[in-house]
Write a protein that binds this ligand. Structure first.
Ligand code: FAD
Length: 657
């Protein structure tokens, strides 16, 4: 129950006071306090309870039990009051209380610049503020003549499909797999899961109060995406098992001609007025280039192509790579395999979170579902806990002495805590501490959740090898120290070809410009990460410099991009123009700003080698911005940054020529 609770539901909710009070025992203090102040409007409660909320996670709550009991009673009183009076629940809290409420909700100070974002994310009035509405009734012919082709049906493509459908814009989604889900469909390795809490890592317009875990595993996320595709009737617009090979801009017709390959190898052409890439950054597996890999002889597969026909029980398994996927896989398979040899190029930081393994109890789910507005405030609390609060800790202090190990005083403190965690988990084994401790500052790569990785390293059947692989022979991996490691199966947790964004598609824009030439092998650039000069009516979701490495949810970013793209499409359809193209000045201005912002951030740190940087050291994958900055940058499509063309202009030009 989120808002617009009808009288009957409310009456039922309060019909058994004792049962309600019992159920409220499962509520977290901070969102429950928000419900009370929202509905009751009494700021005194903030003064009483806020000092006990020490941070944005539920485990930061230090409210005494007696006070919690008072809070529950007050909530029951308020709900009963509304039920008895018949007054509708107020959709928003008293405006003047919002700042203090946001602070109490998060246990931190939420600066005023976050208020628009907070109201949007909370969407207490359920007006879906991120959905772009027509400013005037669109011309029927202009609308029906306009078609969008979306590439990819992962989290982003499905969300865009929903928004296009709501706007009545004709569209087709081309998906190379036989299902929706993208990342969450393709990655089926043992232990697959998120490191962003799911009540936040999900669509803002489709809040799910039924997550089984705070940090869900892959199948549950895949099911969520499928459900949203089904509920919104998106499948009818998806062409599964078809892959976009190329798209060429027709400068006369002002349309994209797209070549599509079916699973059986046959191809066909179609056209669209606008082309949107939703292929993600992490969709093309990166296989390691190791001498002799082909000669191994046994099963060898990439983490995103897990071969479930291979029974690894009792086998000698070699895992190459200890990034985000590897650190989820190894602790999940170590108890079942015979031996696990892990080949590590560089260690990765992973933080302990008490909620990581916790299930959402049925009692908590009940509260999320039934207490008005609770789920919304809970989501905001998680947004805050997982987003911008770390950003400042990731700035390089030029005067910081210990610059190889940390960036600034805060970052050094985080490092100290992480090191203490590692030491404790590996039973203070000096060799394991040495191997498992990264040689770059915390947050140099996205901070992972500790999936019992460190604890796994002490298992007698696990060996962590940090010498690098020299070559592979049949059944053996030889490390650079000449040590031979027998293996029955190789798992390559070696990441994705993220630097070659949009690869292997051939996208040809105006005057024959190709994305590959313009971006080179590894220098993708787009205005706001979305539009590219010389590529009219072409938009990218999860494009260059939009990956989030300080925290946050990729879904949040996708929604920002979708709002921007929908406004751009609205501009074309409403104004009767046929093409828009970002002008070089705002494009380059934005590139300069991104690069300047990155210069002070951890991802540019010379000690960090990652897929975030290209070979010249330029950070091309990550956003340098806080979520609030990116939301503000993309909130409003500015037509002045774009050159518009209509078919009539093209004809007139041809006529003159
Ligand atoms: C293991 C793993 C864990 C992650 N955990 C988190 C997390 O905790 N938090 C977070 O914020 N992010 C996480 N991410 C990042 C994740 O990729 C995004 O959160 C999100 O799922 C991206 O969705 P998407 O739709 O943009 O891209 P994808 O999910 O990658 O979907 C792209 C789709 O495009 C299709 N496609 C690609 N090329 C073509 C083509 N030429 N023609 C037709 N179809 C094509 C693909 O088949 C795929 O279905 C994780 C990624 C991985 C790999």
């Amino acid at each position: 129950m989120t808002s617009q609770t009808d009288q009957q539901t409310l009456t039922e909710l309060v019909s058994d006071r004792a049962a309600l009070l019992k159920r409220l025992e499962s509520a977290d203090t901070s969102p429950l306090l928000m419900v009370l102040v929202h509905l009751g409007g009494d700021p005194a409660w903030l003064g009483r309870i806020a000092p006990h909320i020490k941070g944005p996670w539920s485990f930061h709550d230090e409210t005494p039990e007696t006070l919690k009991a008072e809070l529950r009673t007050a909530v029951a009183d308020v709900l009963e009051g509304y039920a008895a009076s018949g007054h509708p629940l107020p959709l928003t809290p008293p405006k003047e209380l919002l700042p203090a409420m946001l602070n109490a909700c998060t246990g931190q100070v939420v600066p005023p610049e976050y208020y628009p974002l907070a109201l949007e994310e909370l969407d207490l009035a359920q007006v879906d503020p991120k959905t772009v509405k027509w400013r005037k009734e669109p011309d029927a012919k202009a609308l029906s003549d306009f078609k969008v082709l979306v590439i990819g049906a992962g989290f982003s493509g499905v969300a865009l499909g929903i928004k296009l459908k709501q706007a009545g814009i004709e569209h087709v989604i081309i998906e190379k797999n036989d299902e929706v889900g993208g990342t969450w469909y393709e990655n089926t390795y043992p232990g697959i899961g998120v490191d962003t809490a799911n009540h936040f890592y999900s669509y803002s317009f489709a809040i799910n109060d039924d997550w089984n875990h705070f940090f869900a595993k892959g199948p549950e996320i895949e099911a969520y995406i499928k459900r949203n595709a089904d509920i919104n009737g998106i499948r009818e617009n998806i062409r599964f098992e078809e892959e976009v090979d190329s798209a060429v801009w027709d400068e006369t017709a002002l349309i994209w001609n797209v070549e599509i390959r079916r699973a059986d190898g046959s191809t066909y052409h179609t056209s669209a007025n606008a082309l949107v890439s939703a292929v993600g950054q992490l969709n093309r597996p990166q296989l390691p280039n190791i001498e002799g890999l082909d000669s191994f002889g046994g099963p060898a597969f990439h983490s995103a192509r897990w071969d479930h026909s291979v029974d690894i029980t009792g086998k000698k398994v070699a895992m190459i790579g200890t990034g985000a996927s590897g650190m989820q896989i190894a602790p999940s398979i170590a108890p079942v395999v015979g031996e696990l040899t892990i080949f590590q190029r560089s260690a990765h930081w992973a933080m302990h979170n008490p909620l990581y393994f916790e299930k959402v109890s049925d009692a908590k789910k009940w509260v999320l579902k039934n207490i008005p507005f609770y789920a919304k405030w809970f989501r905001f609390q998680l947004f805050w806990s997982s987003s911008d609060t770390f950003h400042d800790k990731l700035r390089i202090d030029p005067n910081w002495g210990d610059s190889a190990r940390s960036l600034n005083a805060d970052n050094a403190e985080v490092r100290k805590q992480l090191e203490a965690h590692i030491a404790k988990e590996v039973n203070y084994d000096p060799e394991l501490i040495r191997k498992a401790t990264p040689d770059f500052p915390p947050y140099g790569k996205r901070m992972l959740r500790d999936n019992h990785w460190y604890r796994m390293l002490v298992r007698p059947n696990v060996e962590l090898v940090d010498l690098g692989i020299d070559h592979i022979e049949p059944g053996v991996i030889v490390d650079k120290g000449g040590n031979r490691h027998e293996a029955d199966v190789i798992v390559m947790a070696t990441g994705f070809q993220a630097r070659r964004l949009l690869w292997p598609m051939n996208i040809v824009g105006r005057d024959g410009a190709t994305i590959r030439e313009r971006w080179g092998e590894d220098d993708p650039r787009a205005h706001l990460g979305i539009t590219v000069p010389e590529f009219p009516n072409f938009f990218v979701i999860y494009g260059p410099n939009t990956n989030l490495a300080h925290g946050g949810s990729a879904v949040f970013h996708s929604e920002c991009q979708i709002r921007y793209i929908m406004q751009a499409l609205r501009e074309l359809i409403e104004t009767g123009q046929d093409a828009l193209e970002v002008k070089p000045e705002p494009f380059w201005d934005y590139q300069d700003k991104v690069d300047a912002a990155h210069r002070g951030m951890v991802w540019s740190h010379p000690g960090v080698t990652s897929w975030y940087k290209n070979k010249d050291g330029r950070v091309t994958a990550n956003s340098p911005w806080r979520l609030v900055d990116y939301r503000n940058l993309t909130e409003t499509f500015n037509p002045e940054e774009y050159a518009f063309t209509s078919r009539a202009d093209v004809k007139a030009k041809e006529h003159t020529a």
